[in-house]
Design a protein around this ligand. Structure first.
Ligand SMILES: [Zn+2]
Length: 115
């Protein structure tokens, strides 16, 4: 996790990025120090911000290029560590889906959920 750091330490500032400056759920202004940079590469940043007021989180990709800065964000219940875990995980394939359906029909899922 050597690329991980606090956003205010990098060249770009969260203050410039209106799209991810406010919590989409409660409109609280994010403190730039609450943003975690999970990864950065060639002007693209993957960041995670948790709202100190309502505890919701967003994951966003911010891309800065010669023509400006664009960002895509989504509300998530993943923690910063979860994002990194799932990012490096393997994709769900057809066999995984079939296995999941089989285990539901055998009642194994309900057993798992009750454990
Ligand atoms: Zn909030």
């Amino acid at each position: 996790m050597q690329n991980r750091g606090k956003y205010h330490n990098s060249q770009s500032s969260l203050e410039n990025l209106h799209l991810i400056s406010y919590c989409p759920l409660c409109n609280t202004h994010y403190n730039p120090s609450e943003a975690d940079i999970l990864e950065q590469e060639d002007g693209a940043h993957l960041i995670h911000v948790s709202c100190s007021k309502c505890s919701s989180s967003i994951v966003a990709v911010i891309i800065s290029s010669g023509i400006g800065i664009s960002s895509v964000g989504l509300i998530t219940d993943l923690s910063a560590d979860d994002v990194l875990y799932f990012k490096s995980g393997s994709r769900v394939n057809e066999d995984d889906v079939i296995d999941a359906v089989k285990s539901v029909s055998k009642g194994e899922l309900i057993k798992l959920l009750n454990e």
